[in-house]
Design a protein around this ligand. Structure first.
Ligand SMILES: Nc1ncnc2c1ncn2[C@@H]1O[C@H](COP(=O)(O)OP(=O)(O)OP(=O)(O)O)[C@@H](O)[C@H]1O
Length: 320
């Protein structure tokens, strides 16, 4: 569990973190989102004290990390892995040696950790590439090496700073699948900094929106996309888009969750007998589940019939 209490940080006169309060539960894949310069990377770097807070506290599993002395800090950092957009691999070393490197730095003998390294390379799907050099790998494979290197010290937390931003969409999808698997199989808590909508939808169980160093909103990725999409217009133009309406029309945003609501729209039409339009919307995958929101355009005089119908069907909706 990571608890951030009133975290503040400035660079000169520029306030970058302006009183952040946030709890990240064990086993979450938590997304820090926000436009460029919002303070995401700074907050992430404060979590392993690559940056120091000016004031406030970060408490990890009950320990205030601000109070750790040098040796304790080194030990603590081993419990936190980190991956970056630019991979940062040792170009002259093999895949195996890149993954061995953090253990070598702690004095671990190669023979003692050999099976751990091979297991991790298998986990990230690079068991057959252990003798390759980084330049012989694709971008996605390089990021897998970086993930393996971050995992080899058996951390309980993984920090990911735009790890997929430099990758093609297909490759991104497979790296995100790997993060989900690591989260599930190794029980890792993962904190992801991203501005990519695909990452938010595919992996983040919860998300926090940073704006000028403040936490503007917090929720599950489904809550953001389905219930408050207007908060995400900076990241995807489509998120909060609404069609034009005349004064005698109304718009309702209706949330559909997976199989449960599969026939909701047709049920509503049959029940109410009102001719409404589905003006906008779609279904998408959120982690393992499918959900979406639809914007219905209805004649305002018949709005009451529609909303009563939605309530009777147990739907989640609001007028927009
Ligand atoms: N070491 C530093 N010295 C001075 N200013 C810094 C330093 N690190 C970050 N900043 C400034 O702090 C602000 C927040 O930077 P940060 O990297 O945390 O933002 P971000 O939300 O991660 O942005 P991006 O998505 O572009 O990476 C920026 O204006 C940046 O220029």
């Amino acid at each position: 569990m990571i608890e951030i209490r009133d975290a503040r940080k400035s660079f000169g006169s520029h306030t970058v973190l302006d009183g952040i309060n946030l709890s990240i539960a064990r086993n979450d894949i938590f997304g820090l989102i926000g436009v460029s310069g919002a303070g995401k990377s700074t907050l992430l770097r404060c979590l392993n004290r690559l940056e120091e807070l000016d004031s406030g506290q970060i408490i990890v599993d009950g320990v205030d990390i601000g109070g750790l002395r040098k040796a304790e800090l080194l030990e603590f950092r081993r419990s936190i892995g980190m991956v970056f957009q630019q991979f940062s691999l040792l170009e002259r070393k093999s895949v195996y040696d890149n993954v061995y490197f953090p253990l070598k730095c702690t004095g671990a003998k190669r023979q003692r950790v050999d099976s751990r390294i091979k297991d991790i390379l298998d986990l990230v799907g690079l068991g057959d590439k252990m003798h390759a050099l980084p330049r012989e790998l694709s971008g996605g494979q390089k990021q897998r090496v970086a993930i393996a290197r971050a995992l080899v010290s058996e951390p309980s937390i993984l920090l990911s700073d735009e790890a997929t931003s430099a990758l093609d969409p297909n490759i991104t999808e497979s790296v995100l699948g790997l993060l989900r698997r690591i989260n599930r199989e190794l029980g890792l808590t993962i904190v992801v900094v991203t501005h990519e909508v695909s990452v938010m939808k595919a992996v983040c169980t919860r998300m926090g929106l940073l704006n000028h160093g403040q936490l503007q909103a917090l929720g599950t990725s489904e809550e953001f996309f389905l219930e408050r999409p207007e908060l995400l217009t900076e990241f995807t133009r489509d998120a909060g888009w609404l069609p034009n309406v005349s004064s005698d029309e109304a718009l309702l945003r209706v949330v559909l969750r997976g199989d449960r609501d599969a026939s909701l729209i047709s049920e509503l039409a049959i029940r109410t007998g009102v001719r409404f339009e589905v003006s906008w919307g779609g279904l998408d995958r959120y982690g393992e589940s499918v959900a979406g929101s639809f914007v219905l355009k209805a004649p305002r005089p018949q709005l009451g019939e529609i909303t009563r119908g939605l309530e009777a069907l147990g739907a989640q909706w609001r007028e927009v």
